[in-house]
Design a protein around this ligand. Structure first.
Ligand code: 13P
Ligand code: SF4
Length: 307
């Protein structure tokens, strides 16, 4: 941390000068999350805050689809991402053309897209969801379209985990998060044996066997809330590594046991490139206005759902 102090100071100065905010996802390293983040949270919270902020510049400390979502919701603002290569295995697994073909094959069945997708996928889909509202969105779409079936793209595991919590029939795509798909039920059993009484939390992007074996599954914000509320003596966050580091700052009573997996895309963002992003206002994220307008409808339908 002390080595980071001059950069943290310089970033916070630049933010004030330029009326900029840093949207920081829960998977950012702690010097970013706690040192320079202004608006922090899970994908849903970041989208809600991007829609509301009155800053002139949004720096997305997260991955590309998050920056694109911010730009879709705040088209008049400058949205920058410190490294354009910060992608996502889920977003890379499907294109807008794929969605158009799915819609042609299954007319009348609503397509719910996870927020972890590109703008052209959101533009072709009917409504967006995140891990914190997926069941609610699927049930809303089924009712709205008068269909007992919903197509949920692109995360196969998230779709299965949602299917376990709703009577709506779900058809899915074959995408997966490269971080969460690697956890196994055997990992959970080994952790329970090594740490009796441990509370195990995971994300619904994990395989269903992992979700079933864990004590809790929820979005990154839901996991953080659970630990802060329940204060378990020992916890494992079976998710991206920075989650434990960030939650530990606010949950001093809990001992965090690893394992965790790193997301190589999230880890492309660091204090140095955040500083440069602010200084040079790079790399600007743009979305074709025709795509952006249709993508905004999908995201807005989600944001407009009753709380
Ligand atoms: P949430 O923060 O919405 O739970 O998403 C997790 C994730 O993997 C984002 O990349
Ligand atoms: Fe994508 Fe998974 Fe990384 Fe999130 S953690 S950005 S879902 S690869």
């Amino acid at each position: 941390w002390p080595a980071h102090a001059p950069l943290i100071h310089a970033i916070n100065d630049l933010k004030r000068q330029k009326n900029a905010v840093i949207l920081a996802h829960n998977y950012m390293t702690p010097e970013i999350f706690h040192g320079v983040g202004d608006l922090m949270g899970d994908s849903l919270a970041l989208a809600q805050m991007a829609a509301k902020t009155d800053a002139d510049i949004i720096v997305q400390a997260g991955v590309h689809f998050m920056a694109e979502t911010a730009k879709i919701l705040a088209p008049e603002k400058t949205v920058v991402i410190p490294d354009m290569r910060a992608g996502c295995s889920l977003a890379a697994s499907i294109t807008g053309r794929d969605v158009a073909l799915i819609k042609a094959k299954y007319p009348g069945i609503p397509v719910v897209t996870y927020v972890n997708t590109s703008a052209d996928v959101k533009a072709e889909a009917d409504v967006c969801c995140t891990s914190s509202n997926a069941v609610q969105v699927v049930e809303w779409a089924a009712k709205e379209w008068g269909s007992d079936t919903v197509i949920m793209i692109p995360d196969e595991y998230l779709a299965r985990n949602v299917a376990a919590n709703t009577s709506v029939r779900i058809l899915s795509w074959k995408g997966a998060c490269e971080v969460h798909e690697r956890f196994t039920a055997e990992d959970v059993a080994a952790l329970r044996e090594a740490h009796p009484g441990v509370i195990i939390l995971t994300h619904p992007e994990s395989p269903s066997a992992v979700v079933k074996a864990a004590d809790f599954a929820g979005s990154t914000a839901a996991m953080a809330d659970y630990v802060k509320r329940e204060k378990p003596a020992t916890a494992v966050l079976l998710t991206e590594c920075s989650m434990s580091d960030n939650v530990a700052v606010e949950a001093p009573a809990t001992k965090f046991v690893r394992p965790c997996n790193l997301c190589p895309h999230m880890k492309r963002i660091n204090l140095r490139n955040i500083y440069e992003a602010l200084k040079y206002e790079r790399y600007a994220v743009e979305v074709d206005p025709n795509i952006a307008e249709r993508a905004r409808q999908s995201v807005q339908r989600m944001l407009d759902l009753p709380k």
